[in-house]
Design a binder for this molecule. Structure first.
Ligand SMILES: C[S@@+](CC[C@H](N)C(=O)[O-])C[C@H]1O[C@@H](n2cnc3c(N)ncnc32)[C@H](O)[C@@H]1O
Ligand code: SF4
Length: 379
C-alpha cells in the first residue's frame, strides 16, 4: 500500500515493472482496506463475545484484541496527569529486530489486527518510523500514539509517510490549556505544527491515515472539553475522550482522586461537560467514543471509587464486569509481556514467541480477579 502510493507519486519518465505493480496494488487498495476493516470488526466482536459465551467456557480461547507495544518508557514531556516522564536511566530494549519479529508473528497469527505503538513517547526511539513501516508492510493496522512535541519533525514525518492505519496525537485542550497539562512551554505550538504537517502529508501523498486526537478529561480542561471536538471538525480529524485516572506510573492508591490536582472537584461541572460532548456527537461532530462510552463517564465522575477498576480496564460501558486479561496484550519497553496492570509479566519477547507466550499464559480469570472481588468472574 505504502509502496504503491510512493511509486505513483514519484515522477517517472518511463514505464517500469515497479510502476505497474504499484498501480495494480493501488487499484486493489480500497478493496483490501475494506476487507481488512471487516475482518477487524469480526475479529473483535468474536473475541469479545467469547468472553461470556456459554457461561464463559470459551474464554480461555480468546485472542488479544487490545494490543500495545510500549517502545520506550522514557518521555520528554512533563504532563500533570502522568509520571512516566520521571523514569530515568538506560532501558533494556529488545531492539528493532525483536520488535519486528514480534509484529511479523502477530500478523501471521492474528491477521490484519490493530496494534498500537506507544510509550512513554514512542518517537524517542530512533527506530520507531522503521517499525511503523514494517508493521504496515506486514498488513497490520498500525496505530502510532504520540504527543507530537517535536522541534524536528523528521521521525514523525517518516512514520506518517509509511501510511499507518491511524496516528493518534494527545491533545488535552486548545492553546495554553494543552501546554499547561503537558507541562512544557510551547507544547501547544509544537503539537499544532505536528498536526498541520500530518494533515498536509495526508493530502499531498494521498495517504489514508486516520488522524485522531486523544483528550483526557480532567480538572484542567473540563470547562473547555468541547473545543477539541470543534477543532477536530474544522481540521478533518477525529477525537477520542478518556476520563482522568490515577497518574500513570504512580503508586497504588484507591483514594487518589481525593488529593489529585487533576480530579475535577465539581462533579456536576464534569457531568455538564460530558453531556455537552454527547450533544456534539449527536450533532455530527467527529467524536469517536460511542454514546455508551460517554454516558459511562457520568457515574464515574460522580462516584469514582465505585467505577475505577472498570475505567482502568476502559470498559466502564460494559454491562457486566469482565477480566481485561482475556483480550489485552501489552508489551513493555524491556520486552515483558503483560495482560493486566495488576498482574506480573507472563513472558518476554526477547526469549519467546508471542503466540506461545499467549498460549501458555496463566488463567488469571480462573484464579482471582479485581473485577470479581477475588473469585472467578463467570462460569
Ligand atoms: C501514556 S501516553 C503515551 C503516548 C504519548 N506519550 C502521549 O502522551 O500521547 C498514552 C495516553 O495516556 C494518557 N494518559 C496519561 N496519564 C493518564 C491518566 N492519569 N489518566 C488517563 N489517561 C492518561 C495520555 O494523555 C495519552 O493519551
Ligand atoms: S502522557 Fe505521554 S507525553 Fe505525557 S508524560 Fe505520559 S508518556 Fe509522556
Amino acid at each position: 500500500m505504502t509502496d504503491a502510493v510512493a511509486t505513483l507519486d514519484r515522477p517517472s519518465t518511463a514505464a517500469s515493472p515497479g510502476l505497474l505493480q504499484g498501480a495494480v496494488r493501488a487499484a486493489f487498495d480500497p478493496v483490501n482496506r475494506t476487507i481488512a476493516t471487516a475482518y477487524r470488526r469480526l475479529y473483535q466482536g468474536a473475541n469479545y463475545r467469547m468472553r461470556t459465551l456459554a457461561g464463559g467456557r470459551l474464554r480461555s480461547a480468546c485472542r488479544p484484541v487490545s494490543i500495545a507495544l510500549l517502545l520506550t518508557e522514557r518521555c520528554n514531556a512533563r504532563c500533570v496527569h502522568c509520571n512516566i516522564w520521571q523514569n530515568k536511566g538506560k532501558e533494556d530494549s529488545p531492539g528493532l529486530e525483536h520488535w519486528k519479529t514480534c509484529l511479523t508473528d502477530l500478523a501471521a497469527w492474528l491477521g490484519p489486527v490493530q496494534v498500537t505503538l506507544t510509550g512513554g513517547e514512542a518517537l524517542l526511539q530512533p527506530f520507531t518510523p522503521e517499525l511503523v513501516e514494517h508493521g504496515v508492510a506486514a498488513g497490520l493496522a498500525i496505530e502510532l500514539l504520540t504527543h507530537g512535541f517535536w522541534a524536528d519533525p523528521a521521525r514523525l514525518e517518516k512514520a506518517a509517510l509509511a501510511d499507518p492505519w491511524r496516528i493518534t496525537m494527545s491533545l488535552d485542550g486548545i492553546g495554553e490549556t494543552h501546554s499547561l497539562v503537558r507541562g512544557r512551554p510551547n507544547f501547544w505550538e509544537r503539537s499544532l505544527a505536528s498536526l498541520q504537517m500530518l494533515r498536509r502529508l495526508r493530502t499531498e501523498h494521498r495517504l489514508h491515515t486516520i488522524i485522531r486526537l486523544k483528550t483526557v478529561l480532567m480538572a484542567q480542561n473540563i470547562h473547555s472539553a468541547g473545543e477539541v471536538a470543534r477543532f477536530a471538525r474544522e481540521n478533518d480529524f477525529e477525537v477520542f475522550y478518556q476520563p482522568i485516572d490515577k497518574n500513570y506510573n504512580s503508586a497504588e492508591d484507591s483514594r487518589w482522586f481525593e488529593t489529585a490536582p487533576t480530579w475535577p472537584n465539581d462533579p456536576e461541572a464534569a457531568v455538564a461537560a460530558v453531556n455537552e460532548l454527547i450533544r456534539l456527537k449527536h450533532d455530527g461532530y467527529p467524536i469517536a467514543n460511542s454514546v455508551a462510552q460517554l454516558e459511562a463517564m457520568i457515574p464515574y465522575f460522580r462516584n469514582p471509587a465505585a467505577l475505577q477498576a472498570a475505567v482502568q480496564g476502559q470498559a466502564a460501558h460494559e454491562q457486566q464486569p469482565i477480566c481485561s486479561a482475556l483480550t489485552t496484550l501489552q508489551i513493555q519497553a524491556n520486552g515483558d509481556v503483560g495482560m493486566c496492570h495488576l498482574k506480573p509479566a507472563v513472558g518476554n519477547i526477547k526469549h519467546g514467541n508471542i503466540r506461545k507466550i499467549w498460549a501458555d499464559r496463566p488463567r488469571f480469570w480462573e484464579t482471582g480477579c479485581c473485577q470479581s472481588g477475588g473469585g472467578p468472574t463467570f462460569g
